[in-house]
Design a protein around this ligand. Structure first.
Ligand SMILES: C[S@@+](CC[C@H](N)C(=O)[O-])C[C@H]1O[C@@H](n2cnc3c(N)ncnc32)[C@H](O)[C@@H]1O
Length: 250
């Protein structure tokens, strides 16, 4: 926190630093907020996502390490050259901006139902000088109808925590991060929706890559057991089910 408010590198602080009274007061204020449970990333105002530093505040979910893995998987699957990628539920913009940054030929469209989140994602893209389009709206309905059948890859980290599990989340998460970003009904509805609606937006052999809850793998795999899809569930680095990769059959 001291590094964030003084602008000094952390290593320098180990040698000791002389700060003025207003800086001390600000430091104590941040300490109080941190002690009350506010996540460090909101206090610092930034988070590292791959090579990018993104602004974060309580309008958006703090991007998690597993979402960086989702981004890496998505990058492997984005076709070379011109293509269309949709990030549904973009939050801070981490996935959309991360993909647009690495694949400058891709048309990247980020959606969210939260106007506040979309404002911050747009600001992050502007600050990082990354080209992406931002659309406000519910799930895939946010997309322009002209995109039907045209999307090569949909990447999403949707709200997949059930309402009852949300109540059991640590206070640091439950009391500070947007509920809209985390919880939705039984936590699985969004995947049933994607299994039925995503094929009409995807190009032939288009791909859906999604982050999932670590206890949802079997149920989500079942939702995608359909002749329209070839789906697999993959683990994260800790070995827990964490990603869905589903390809539409031609
Ligand atoms: C788990 S957060 C993911 C944010 C970001 N992509 C990330 O990985 O850090 C889910 C996001 O989906 C958005 N969201 C929730 N319900 C939605 C809906 N029905 N349609 C579109 N976006 C929605 C939330 O506002 C939130 O930004």
């Amino acid at each position: 926190m001291l590094a964030a408010i003084t602008g000094q590198p952390r290593a320098e602080l180990l040698n000791g630093i002389v700060v003025d009274r207003p800086t001390v007061n600000m430091f104590y204020r941040l300490m109080e907020q941190r002690s009350a449970g506010m996540p460090l990333q909101y206090l610092e105002g930034t988070v590292q996502f791959g090579p990018l530093e993104l602004l974060v505040d309580d309008r958006v979910l703090i991007p998690r390490p597993e979402t960086e893995q989702l981004w890496e998987k998505a990058l492997e699957l984005v076709p070379d050259g011109a293509c269309t990628v949709v990030d549904m539920g973009t939050g801070s913009g981490c996935l959309a901006i991360g993909i647009a940054h690495q694949r400058p030929l891709a048309r990247v469209i980020a959606t969210d139902i939260s106007r506040d989140a979309l404002d911050l994602a747009r600001l992050n893209a502007a600050l990082l000088q990354v080209e992406a389009e931002f659309c406000l709206g519910d799930r895939l309905d946010a997309l322009d109808p002209s995109l039907r059948g045209e999307v090569d890859l949909i990447v999403t980290n949707p709200p997949y925590v059930s309402d009852s599990d949300w109540l059991k989340l640590p206070p640091e998460v439950r009391d500070y991060e947007p509920r809209l970003a985390l919880a939705a009904g039984d936590g699985l509805h969004i995947f049933r929706y994607l299994a039925s609606e995503a094929p009409s937006w995807l190009a032939p052999e288009g791909i859906l890559v999604a982050e999932i809850g670590d206890r949802q793998g079997a149920k989500i795999h079942r939702a995608f057991r359909d002749p329209k899809w070839e789906a697999s569930v993959l683990p994260d680095l800790t070995g827990r089910d964490r990603f869905l990769i589903a390809r539409t059959t031609a």
